[in-house]
Design a protein around this ligand. Sequence first.
Ligand SMILES: [Zn+2]
Length: 382
Amino acid sequence: MAEAIRSLTHLLEVASSRRFLAVVEPGDRGLAESLPFPFVSIVSEWEMKLSLLLAVINPAVGGVLLLGPRGTGKTTAVRSLSPLLPDVMRSLCAYGCMPEDSETGGIESICPDCAKKLGQGDPLTFKDRSRLIELPLHSELADVIGGIDERAAAHQRMQIKPGILSHADRNLLYVDEVNLLKREVADAILDAAAQGVYTVRRGPISATYRSRFILVGSMNPEEGMLRPQIADRFGLRAIVRGLGSSTERWEAYQRSHAFELNPRGFIEYFREETETIRDEILAARSRLQGVQLAPETVRRGLDAIQKLKVSSLRGTSVLFEAARAYAAADGRDRADPADLNAVAALSLRMRRSDFMDRYATDLKQVDTAIRDAFQPVKRKKK
Ligand SMILES: [Zn+2]
């Protein structure tokens, strides 16, 4: 790369604004479908890329909702994250027992098998890559949370078969067309995302699974909006606008054409930047814990939230967590007011409730009318 890398955010700008001039010879296209388009080679769409990176750096922002019309590369962008996801310690057990569970919640908080292993000094976890799990379209509740294991039932045994949510543990869960999900399915996913665990009950048996995942949803607003209570539960909301200029459009076309001709060659062309961005994400993740909010940042953030009448408490937490992630991505240990500005729209848009505004105004009018209907009365002295 010609320029020195100053930060993750800088890298993103450099890689995506560079002209793609390489000649990629046609190559093996056999596995093209399973190879993700390199994240750093996505043209423009700064807001989408930034919000995805912030969610990976700091899962406490609570995931991302991508809003944009069809064909704007939302799914491509999410899939391109998969080589950038960090390694995680994964449980060897179907219930997701972790050694730290027994440290915080005692031996009762892990399953009997794992308690035995722990007693013998055997490991409960192994190191693994974080993966991208895609929720299939039209998933039913039983697919998502799990249901009766039919094969076990055929042997007269009642057993619960884990659902997609249990496989999402410590991974990134991508839900395309989240606005078209059945209400019960959307609720189950969001509850699990918020609590990090979920319980399946089927008749006399139940099982509890870990489900700590980064949730990314995408939707086309033309096909119907999300219920407000669902939209509020996504941390960041990125608007995917589509490419703005003919230059960008031509650049994007050349890149996707080169990728189709020779996916491996194209990925190789962006290998160095991909490795750098992966290292930068890891560095930002380990820096994050030490990133403090400057007092000025807290004051300005709270003032703005008050002024904007954002009633959702989640808005406050998302704004500050996103600012911390942004500071970490830029290699700083203190989140400044400028970091707030960088993430404010992503964190706070679509949080103000017009309904609650109207409701409060109506209520005030009714209260005034009631007060007016009663003449003021002086209380008699006893
Ligand atoms: Zn276990």
